[in-house]
Design a protein around this ligand. Structure first.
Ligand code: S3P
Length: 186
């Protein structure tokens, strides 16, 4: 398994802010799949949606998932829909530890509406956005770790993620030589 830390979750989950904090704590590089897409396309996510449509954006996400295979040791924040396609949970879990930043829908909706321009919210009422969230939940549930972010700030979320990662690492079985998994005998 890869050694990236991959953040997934709905819009408003705090993937970008928590990802930056985590990367700083862990001394790792921080990467956002939306930034990979805008850098390659030379235009913003809202522009991509407006000019080429959602289907084109999803094709760019597919390409981005392939490029993620080149990453190691990074903290990666994914766009809210990237994890929610057939085969994606398995593909991303093969690249590292997948962490779902979970929150009550009400909290997510408020945060998502407050910050940034989000094409998936444009022209959709609250009920439609909630239906989208409910359809995505079964994918998010396939993460390795879940952290509830509902009423805590990004610093507190980052601390919880770090604790979760540490606990998960402590469960990695040791070989008879007492070495951790992946550190072959030398
Ligand atoms: C999307 C979420 C956005 C961005 C794009 C599509 C989605 O990322 O990838 O607008 O389908 O939920 P954030 O989750 O960072 O807002």
């Amino acid at each position: 398994m890869g050694d990236n830390v991959i953040l997934v979750g709905f819009m408003g989950a705090g993937k970008s802010s928590v990802g930056q904090l985590l990367a700083r704590h862990l001394g790792r590089c921080f990467v956002e799949t939306d930034d990979m897409i805008t850098a390659r396309e030379g235009r913003s996510i809202p522009e991509i949606f407006a000019e080429r449509g959602e289907a084109h954006f999803r094709a760019l996400e597919e390409e981005t998932v392939r490029l993620l295979a080149l990453k190691s040791g990074d903290v990666i924040a994914t766009g809210g829909g990237l994890f929610c396609r057939e085969g994606r949970p398995a593909a991303l879990r093969a690249l590292g530890t997948v962490v779902w930043l979970h929150a009550d829908f009400d909290a997510l909706y408020e945060r998502a509406r407050r910050a940034g321009e989000r094409p998936m919210l444009a022209g959709r009422g609250r009920a439609e956005v909630e239906a989208l969230y409910r359809a995505r939940e079964p994918y998010y549930r396939q993460a390795d770790l879940t952290v509830d972010t509902t009423s805590i700030n990004p610093d507190q979320v980052a601390t919880r993620v770090l604790l979760g990662l540490r606990e998960k690492l402590s469960r990695v079985p040791l070989s008879p030589l007492g070495r951790g998994e992946g550190e072959g005998a030398r």
